[in-house]
Design a protein around this ligand. Structure first.
Ligand code: CTP
Ligand code: MG
Length: 234
């Protein structure tokens, strides 16, 4: 039984605004990707981390991994990513050695996930759940709308009961063979890995997520992430 973490880090970060690929931007001086790699490698159960680098950034990522202090017991691989997150994850999975039985998929854009959350996901998979996602209840009410292309007011279609909704984070944990099958068969566009497993008809379960596992998406998220890091060091 051996666990690996795949970190998709090949996105541009369009919503963050102009600049370097998002995963390579720094938080309090350290690249976001390095924070995310440490978050995975700090779990004693994770023995291999596969970083899916920006398409022309594999060498830069390898250099970053060499420059920063990381746990010695962890093995690292770097592969170039694809045009979509889904494709990047697939390329990361393809690099896993045969003896990996459990795989985590973790967004580089969630650099501050606590190790306890990582361990809780792994534990749930090891206890027999084939697909596990960390998630939190929502603060906002969510409306389903009919999207308008022209900027006109969007009609509300439905309001799902907030108490039944969860906001889903990463790392998501899977039986390795199951996730490989999902990536080999599901061709629809999806926004997370668990939804591909759902499409195979396999039950996905939720464990408690963590506020600090939020995704750095827009400029305000950078402010929050740096404040969280400063508080940790205080
Ligand atoms: N990702 C990836 N390959 C892609 C697109 C995204 O590996 N072709 C990764 C990102 O690097 C990120 C994670 O998937 O770690 C979640 O994606 P998101 O937060 O949407 O990041 P970006 O796609 O980079 O941001 P944006 O959508 O604003 O461009
Ligand atoms: Mg994206």
């Amino acid at each position: 039984r051996r666990t690996a973490a795949v970190i998709p880090a090949a996105g541009r970060g369009v919503r963050l605004g102009p600049g370097a690929p998002k995963a390579l931007r720094t938080l309090n001086g350290t690249p976001m990707l390095i924070h995310a790699v440490r978050a995975m490698a700090n779990s004693r159960a994770v023995s291999l981390v596969v970083v899916v680098a920006p398409q022309d950034g594999a060498t830069e990522v390898k250099n970053l991994l060499a420059e920063h202090a990381l746990p010695e017991r962890t093995e690292f691989l770097v592969v170039p990513g694809g045009d979509t997150r889904q494709e990047s994850v697939r390329l990361g999975l393809a690099a896993l050695p045969a003896d990996i039985t459990t795989v985590l998929v973790h967004d580089a854009a969630r650099p501050l996930v606590p190790v306890d959350t990582v361990d809780a996901v792994i534990e749930a998979v090891h206890d027999g759940a084939p697909a596990v996602v960390p998630a939190l209840p929502l603060a906002d009410t969510v409306k389903q709308v009919e999207p308008s292309a022209d900027g006109s007011p969007e009609p509300v279609v439905a309001t799902p009961q907030r108490a039944q909704l969860r906001s889903v984070q990463t790392p998501q944990g899977f039986d390795r063979a199951l996730l490989a099958e999902a990536h080999a068969t599901v061709t629809q566009d999806v926004t997370d890995d668990a939804s591909m497993v759902e499409q195979l008809g396999v039950q996905v379960v939720v464990v408690p997520g963590h506020e600090e596992a939020f995704k750095v998406t827009r400029p305000l998220d950078l402010v929050l992430a740096e404040a969280v890091l400063a508080r940790r060091r205080a």
